[in-house]
Design a protein around this ligand. Structure first.
Ligand code: GLY
Length: 573
């Protein structure tokens, strides 16, 4: 049976709870949008920027379905959220139709055909700092435009021109930047000028950026118009492709016209798994996220998390031990499935994951050095973005998309006005050397021509009793997987509403380094002391994740969860 969600008001007394349930049910009026609990009947969009969420909801109101809205939101984010929204990057989509059909689209970037395994090493074989992170060599061949074309072709209802128009309007007329964005653009001024000496729309040459300044993007407007008119060819061929290649030639980058023309996204079979009677539908490789998410859920399923309580010391200990083992597997076994035989069946076996937990010891932390030695993998940055959408028919889309670092490679294509990704840094630059985030990996994720770099992005959808239950995902580099995992168990095990589950403080362990990263106040001081006494190294850190999610309640309404760690916004109708 689907659980009762208690969204906004916590009521301990059961009579009062019953009264609340009756009241909430009474507030729902058939076609109407919102009820008094902030739930909506006809659909919902949750994204990292209020303007993008508004674009999505407007498309739904015009009769578009969840995929129409998703395409419009993806392009809108490329305008209003340029640090991660993009047309110069890539991403993943997990889809669940109202009829139960599930699908996954991999529009992750690819290495250029002339990329090579040691391209970021010096003559002594050491990684050259920043070469895979900034500038022209850092970019993979972008996948987002092809991904949106494919998604729209397969599932879209409105015309391509209609779904592109809101992004064009935002780029042409400008939008008011948030306080957070003003700060980011000001702090990146010098770096933007280094890579774009002729200036870009992101640089304010007269003054510093202030909250509510209008950001107008003329070059991007023209690029979006070409994509609107010509579809895929408007980006991968013609004037935009010429601009990308000219940019590459200016900075000795690798992407050629053939690389662009040859880029194609791939429909893949979603990963599915079960957790306490719920079905998890999530992203297969080239993401590591889906497999790792299901492994984590299987690893903890036998333990009474609910009885122990949210972020209680026993709960944290079991989750950290599961994460340690799953991230060790990730480092060794995961890469682009078109290039490497990922042992998916074994990794997704409940017996395998439960056996992996058999040697964990309640009395003391398992040292990561004693857990499966993996080889080395590449960096993952935290500046990615996720959005979740459900339409009035119940079609659901979960998309996570990225440029990798904040504002990607910081190279804006001259004449075309969009930022290129620095996704090449997600490859294993040198097997054997931990990256700047301490993640390790190996052969599975070594650089090869036309190969996709491993990702942690985990767009996911959860079903209960064959029906839609949750749409969820987040940015956060290596913390993506653990944030999606914690958001799901916050609802399933700890009875939180969607907003509570998203906002709840999180923690993270990734095998190496052998440290537990903890948001402020995520774990109380007594539990922290108990964990420390067992040998867990607790390291405080800033925000973990920026989850945007939707929950379908037992009354058939949609609850949004927009992460308060950012400017994120849930809009329903
Ligand atoms: N660039 C972050 C990720 O793909 O996981």
């Amino acid at each position: 049976m689907q659980k009762t969600i208690k969204p906004l008001i916590k009521i301990k007394n059961s009579f009062a709870s019953l009264t609340l349930v009756v009241l909430l049910a009474g507030c729902v009026t058939g076609q109407l949008g919102k009820n008094n609990s902030g739930e909506y009947k006809n659909g919902m969009v949750v994204s990292a920027h209020p303007e993008a969420s508004q674009v999505g909801i407007d498309i739904l109101k015009k009769g578009g379905n969840a995929v129409d809205a998703a395409v419009a939101v993806q392009f809108a984010l490329a305008v209003v959220y340029p640090n991660a929204g993009n047309i110069g990057g890539g991403g993943f989509m997990v889809y669940r139709g109202a009829n139960g059909e599930i699908n996954a689209l991999d529009f992750r970037e690819k290495a250029a055909a002339s990329a090579s395994r040691d391209m970021y090493l010096d003559s002594a074989g050491n990684p050259i700092v920043d070469k895979s992170l900034y500038g022209y060599l850092a970019s993979g061949v972008p996948g987002s435009v092809d991904g949106m074309v494919e998604a729209h072709k397969k599932y879209g209802k409105l015309s391509w021109a209609q779904v592109l128009q809101p992004a064009i309007d935002l780029a042409q007329n400008g939008f008011k930047i948030t306080k957070r964005q003003a700060g980011e653009l000001n702090s990146l001024h010098r770096k933007f000028m280094e890579f774009n000496p002729d200036g870009t729309a992101f640089v304010n040459l007269e003054s510093t950026w202030q909250e509510n300044d209008l950001l107008v993007q003329k070059e991007l407007t023209n690029t979006l118009k070409l994509i609107q008119k010509k579809g895929r060819a408007g980006f991968y061929e013609g004037a935009v492709a010429d601009s990308v290649v000219a940019e590459m030639q200016r900075g000795k980058g690798l992407i050629t016209k053939e690389d662009l023309k040859n880029y194609h996204s791939a429909w893949r079979k979603p990963i599915t798994g079960n957790y306490r009677g719920y079905k998890i539908i999530t992203m297969p490789p080239t993401s590591s996220g889906g497999i790792a998410l299901v492994q984590l859920l299987q690893s903890v399923e036998k333990f009474p998390l609910k009885k122990w309580g949210h972020n209680a010391d026993s709960t944290v200990q079991v989750i950290v031990e599961a994460e340690r083992r799953v991230y060790a597997d990730r480092a060794t076994h995961l890469g682009d499935p078109d290039f490497y035989a990922v042992p998916q069946q074994q990794l997704l076996s409940p017996d395998y994951n439960q056996n992996r937990m058999a040697n964990f010891n309640w009395a003391a932390a398992t040292p990561s050095s004693s857990v499966l030695a993996g080889e080395i993998k590449g960096t993952e940055h935290e500046e990615t973005t996720h959005f979740s959408i459900v339409d009035r028919d119940g079609n659901a889309v979960s998309i996570t998309t990225t440029l990798n670092g904040s504002y990607g490679s910081l190279v804006a294509v001259k004449g075309a006005g969009f930022l290129l990704n620095n996704e090449m840094d997600d490859f294993s630059v040198k097997p054997g050397a931990p990256n700047m985030y301490g993640l390790v990996g190996g052969e599975a994720n070594a650089i090869a021509p036309n190969k996709r770099m491993l990702s942690s992005m985990t767009p996911s959808i959860v079903e209960k009793d064959g029906k839609l239950f949750m749409v969820v995902g987040t940015p956060g580099g290596s913390t993506i997987i653990t944030s999606v995992f914690q958001t799901i168990i916050n609802v399933i095990d700890f009875d939180m509403s969607m907003q509570e589950a998203v906002a709840a403080k999180k923690f993270h362990h990734q095998w190496l380094p052998d440290e537990v990263y903890v948001e402020k106040d995520a774990i109380d001081s007594l539990s922290t002391e108990k964990l420390k006494a067992k040998g867990y190294k607790i390291v405080p850190r800033g925000a973990i994740g920026r989850v945007d999610a939707i929950l379908k309640t037992k009354w058939g309404n949609y609850q949004g969860g927009a992460d308060p760690r950012g400017d994120d916004k849930a809009i329903g109708w």
